[in-house]
Design a protein around this ligand. Structure first.
Ligand SMILES: [Mg+2]
Length: 403
C-alpha cells in the first residue's frame, strides 16, 4: 500500500480550520487537523511545500517511521508550525490504520480504559452573576465540570469574556489583532469572589476550573493559588508563562491548588522538568500542536510515572478532527484527567460529520472504524479563509503583556 496523494483543505465555518487529507492507492483515506490559530497559513505552506512531496509513495502503515522522518529528517525540531504539520500527518495515518483494521482508533491504542470521557465546558460572564447563569446552563446540560471566567470591575475587556453573552470571545473579527487592557492587581483582588459565588450557588460537587492565561508572575500565582485553596479548584490553568519551567517550583511551594499547563507545548522537552519534578498536576498538550497521537502518547506515558494526568486543550481553535482523535485517546489513556470541550458552530459540525456524542457531561468517541470524523469538501469550499487573529494584551500604562 502506498500514499497516492495528499492535500490541504482550508475552511472557515466560523473559524479558520486547516485539514490534511491523505489518500492511498487502495482508496482508503485519512484526515488530520493542522490548525494553528492565527498562524494557519504557515502550516499550510509547511505541509504543501515541504511535507506532502516527501509523503507520496510511502507506506501509510509505517506511522512511526514517517513521524521520525518528518521530525529527525527535517533537522529543525519542535516548534508549533512543524509539530502541527507532523501531527496532521500522524492523525491522518492513524485514521487510515484504524480504518484498515476495521476498528475504532481507541482499540489500536490498547482498548477502553473507561466507558466515557468527562469534559469541562466554558462559563463566561461580564460579571459574577452572568457567569453564574452560564454555569447553571452547563449544569442543566449535565456538565460535571465548568471553567469559570468573569469580567473584572475597572477593566474594559477580560480574557475569556465575550462582549455579548453567547458570542465567541476570540478571535478578533478583523484582519488585524484587537487590543485588550489588563490589570493584574484588579484581577487578583476580584477573582476569588467568583469562586466563592460558584461554590455557594452550586455546592462542593461541581468541578471548578479557571484559566489565568499566562497573566501572572510566579509569586502572584502563588498568592492566588494559596488564597483560593478553600474553594477546591479542579485546576488553575496557565497561571504563569513557562519558558523557564523551574518557575513553577516557587508556585508549588506555596499552594496545594492543582496546576495545569501545556496547551502551547509542542514536545516532551517543553514539559519534562515540570512533570518529573511533579510541579504540575495536569498536562494540556494537544494532539494537534504536540506532534500527533504518536508524540502525545510519549508525553502521557512519561507523565503517568509522576502522577500527572492529561487534560487536553479542546477549544474551538481546534477542528472536530482533533476532538475526535482526542476522545479516542482519552478513552484509552490510563492517566486520563479531563478533556476540554467548546461546542463548534453548527456550520462546523456540518462540514465535519462525526461519530462522537455528548451525554450528561461525558463524551463517547463512537465505534466507527478510524477516528470517526470526516470532512464534506464541497461544503468546506463554501467557507473561504478569512484572516483572523487573537487579540493582544496591554497593561493599563500601555506595556505589552501576555495574551
Ligand atoms: Mg487555556
Amino acid at each position: 500500500m502506498k500514499i497516492r496523494s495528499a492535500k490541504v483543505i482550508v475552511t472557515c465555518p466560523g473559524r479558520n480550520l486547516v485539514t490534511l487529507k491523505i489518500e492511498t492507492d487502495e482508496g482508503v483515506y485519512g484526515i488530520g487537523d493542522a490548525t494553528l490559530n492565527g498562524r494557519e497559513k504557515s502550516v499550510v505552506s509547511y505541509l504543501e511545500d515541504h511535507v506532502i512531496p516527501t509523503l507520496i509513495g510511502k507506506d501509510p502503515q509505517r506511522i512511526e517511521d514517517i513521524w521520525q522522518y518528518l521530525y529527525r529528517g527535517a533537522y529543525w525540531r519542535r516548534g508549533p508550525v512543524g509539530m502541527t504539520a507532523i501531527a496532521a500527518v500522524d492523525v491522518a495515518l492513524w485514521d487510515i490504520k484504524a480504518k484498515l483494521a476495521g476498528m475504532p482508533l481507541y482499540q489500536l491504542l490498547g482498548g477502553k480504559s473507561r466507558e466515557k470521557v468527562m469534559v469541562y465546558g466554558h462559563a463566561t460572564g461580564l460579571d459574577i452573576d452572568s457567569c453564574l447563569e452560564e454555569v447553571r446552563k452547563h449544569v442543566e446540560l449535565g456538565y460535571k465540570a465548568v471553567r469559570v471566567q468573569c469580567g473584572i470591575p475597572g477593566i474594559p475587556t477580560t480574557y475569556g469574556v465575550s462582549k455579548e453573552a453567547g458570542k465567541p470571545y476570540e478571535p478578533a473579527d478583523s484582519a488585524l489583532p484587537s487590543e485588550n487592557v489588563w490589570s493584574t492587581e484588579k484581577y487578583l483582588n476580584h477573582v476569588p469572589e467568583l469562586f466563592a459565588a460558584v461554590r455557594k450557588e452550586f455546592g462542593e460537587d461541581l468541578h471548578i476550573l479557571h484559566d489565568v492565561h499566562h497573566r501572572l508572575t510566579p509569586i502572584q500565582a502563588a498568592r492566588l493559588g494559596k488564597e483560593v485553596e478553600k474553594f477546591h479548584l479542579f485546576w488553575l490553568e496557565d497561571c504563569t508563562p513557562v519558558e523557564n519551567q523551574s518557575s513553577y517550583e516557587l508556585i508549588r511551594k506555596h499552594t496545594t491548588t492543582p496546576l495545569a499547563i501545556g496547551e502551547i507545548f509542542n514536545s516532551l522537552s517543553d514539559c519534562q522538568e515540570l512533570i518529573q519534578n511533579q510541579l504540575i498536576d495536569y498536562i494540556r498538550a494537544t494532539i494537534t500542536h504536540a506532534g500527533g497521537i504518536t508524540n502525545v502518547r510519549r508525553i502521557a506515558d512519561f507523565a503517568s510515572i509522576f502522577h500527572v494526568k492529561t487534560g487536553f486543550h479542546g477549544a474551538t481553535d481546534l477542528s472536530p478532527i482533533c476532538m475526535g482523535a482526542a476522545l479516542h485517546f482519552d478513552t484509552w489513556v490510563p492517566n486520563f484527567g479531563i478533556q476540554e470541550h467548546m461546542p463548534h458552530t453548527k456550520e462546523t459540525d456540518l462540514v465535519f460529520p462525526h461519530a462522537y456524542e455528548f451525554k450528561d457531561g461525558f463524551f463517547t468517541p463512537g465505534d466507527v472504524p478510524g477516528h470517526g470524523v470526516d470532512i464534506d469538501e464541497e461544503l468546506a469550499a463554501k467557507y473561504p479563509y478569512k484572516p483572523a487573529y487573537l487579540p493582544v494584551n496591554r497593561l493599563e500604562d500601555g506595556t505589552l503583556w501576555n495574551w
